[in-house]
Design a protein around this ligand. Sequence first.
Ligand SMILES: Cc1cc2nc3c(=O)[nH]c(=O)nc-3n(C[C@H](O)[C@H](O)[C@H](O)COP(=O)(O)OP(=O)(O)OC[C@H]3O[C@@H](n4cnc5c(N)ncnc54)[C@H](O)[C@@H]3O)c2cc1C
Length: 533
Amino acid sequence: ASCSGGDWDVIIVGSGPAGLVLSDRMSEAGKKTLLLEQGGPSYYITGGRMRPDWLNGTDLSRVDVPGLYKSIFSVTDGNLICAPDIVNGYQGCTIGGSSAINAGLFFQPPASDWNLYFPEGWKNIDMQCAIEKVRAKQPSTDNPSQDGKRYLQSGFEAAKKWIVDGAGYKEVGLNDGPENHNKSKVFGHPVFNYEGGQRSGPVKTYLQSALQRPNFSIQTGTRVLRVIRDGETATGVDIQSRGANGTSSICIAEGGQVILSAGALLSPQLLMWSGIGDPTILTKLSASGLVNVPSQDWVNNTAVGDKVFDNPNTFIELYSESISSYNYNYNSPVPGDRDLYLQSRSGPYSFGSQTGAFWDFVQQGDDLVGCQGTIDSSGTMDYTKNGTITLNVYGTSGLRSFGRVSLDPKGIALPSSNFYSNPLDASAVATFIHKIFQALPPTLTPLNIAKNSTLEQLTTWISTWSPYTLGNVQHWSSSCRLETCVDSNTKVIGMQNLFVVDASIVAPLTTNPVMGVMIAAERAAERILALKK
Ligand SMILES: Cc1cc2nc3c(=O)[nH]c(=O)nc-3n(C[C@H](O)[C@H](O)[C@H](O)COP(=O)(O)OP(=O)(O)OC[C@H]3O[C@@H](n4cnc5c(N)ncnc54)[C@H](O)[C@@H]3O)c2cc1C
C-alpha cells in the first residue's frame, strides 16, 4: 500500500550522529525535515532527568557528565540502551543514539582510510569540505578539565615511558595537522567531543541548530517499522508510537526522500523488514509475517547486512608501583572530586576514564592493518589492585574478518563478528602487541599474559575466548557498504529515493567511529543535495 498526501521533503530515521548531521544539513537547505527517533530524552537539554542524587539542583543529567560514562554503560534503567526486543547488541536508543552513551572519544580518521577503503568521490581530497565542517561545528578537546590541569596522569606517564621512550612512538596532538593525525606510530592524550567539562557531541551542536528552524521537527518515542514503497519509490514510513495501540503511517511529499540513519545493525533490519535484502532472509521473514511486501516486489540486494564489522578487542592488565588506579562511582564519587566537578567542571569527572591512546599499522604483504591502544584509569575483572590499569587493544582498518547482520526468529537484528576468521587478522594484532611488549620497561608488568610471550603464544591467546579476549566494543559499522548496498550517493541500490547514511556505509576505520561517521554524513548530505530531481 502506498502512502500519499504527506508534505515532508525528507524523513530521517534515527537520531544518532549521522541522523543529526543530516537533520541539520537538510533543514538548512530548506527541506521540510522530520527526524524520527524510537528512544527518548538523554542530555538535560533534551529533557533527560535521570541522574544520581549528587547532581540534584544542577542542569545536568547523567548523560552530561563525562565521568559517568561507565555507569551509563552498566545502569540499565531509564531506557538509554536499546531493549533486547529492539536489537541483539549493546547500543544507544535515545536522542543522540550511541553518541549519548559512549566515551566521547573523538578521533579523526587518517587520510589513508578514505583513500584505501572508500570509492571515487569519497577519497581524502573529496572529504576535505566535510572534514572542515565537522571540525568547525563540533568542539573537542584533549584537555577537558576546566581548570586546565590534567588528572589521573600516573597511567599516562607510565604508558608514555613505555610507548614513546621505549617503543619510539611520537607524542602528538592526536587530531592535529595531517602529519600528526596519520595515526602511524603516534601516542597522545585522548581527544573527546566535550565542551565546558560536559559531554558535547551532535545533540549539543547539530541538533540545536536544526531545532532553530521552523522547517525541522523531531518526534521521539516513534519506532519506524518499515519503509512504505511503491515499487522502487519510497512514499513514507509505518510507525509505532510509544504507548499507542497499533501502527500508523507518515508520508513524504511527492519527490521527497527517506533516509535511514538507524545505525549499522538497525538500518539493515529496516531494509529487510521493508522487503529489501537477501531473498533467503526475506523468505523467512515473510513466513513469520514480518514482511508485508509480496515477493514479486522485493528488492534483491544481498549486500544488505553483509560484511558488518566491529573491532576485535583484547584487554591487557598492567601493573606498576608508580600508578594510582582510579575508579569512578555513579552514586558516591570521592567528595573532593565531586565538588571539583560541581564547582568548576574540573577533575576526573570531566572525562570518561581514558588517559592515553596510540596507534600503529602492521604491514602484511600489500595490506596495512591499523591497531589502536587505549589506556584506562583502572584495572578490571580479576585485576583491580591499586597500581593496575587496562590497555584496550583493538584491531581496526584493513582487517579482513567480517560478520553479517542476520535476523533472529522474531526478526530482530543479530550481528555476528567472526573475529579472526581470517588468520592474518589475529597475526596482525598479535604482531602489534608483540612489538610493544619488546619495549616494556622492567617497572611495568602485564598481569594476564606473560611479558615474554612469543608471537605464536600471543596469537593463540588473543584468538581464544576469555573475559579479556575476543571482546566486542560495539563499534558496529560497514553493514550496508558504498557501491554494493548503496551507490556512491548513498542511495539504496534498486530504489529511487531511499538512502542509508550512518555507520553502515562506513568501512572499518583506523579510529573509534563517531568522528568518521559524522564526516561521512556531511559528505552524504553534499551528495544527496546535489542530486538532480
Ligand atoms: C558503549 C559504547 C561506547 C562507544 N564509545 C565510542 C567512543 O568513545 N568514540 C567513538 O567514536 N565511538 C564510540 N562508540 C561507537 C559510536 O557511538 C557509534 O559508532 C555511533 O554512535 C554510530 O552512529 P550512527 O549514526 O550510525 O547510529 P547510532 O548511534 O546507532 O544511532 C541510531 C539511532 O537510531 C535509532 N533507531 C534505530 N532504529 C530505529 C527505528 N526503527 N525507528 C526509530 N529510531 C530508530 C536508535 O534508537 C538510535 O538512537 C561507542 C559505542 C557504544 C555502544
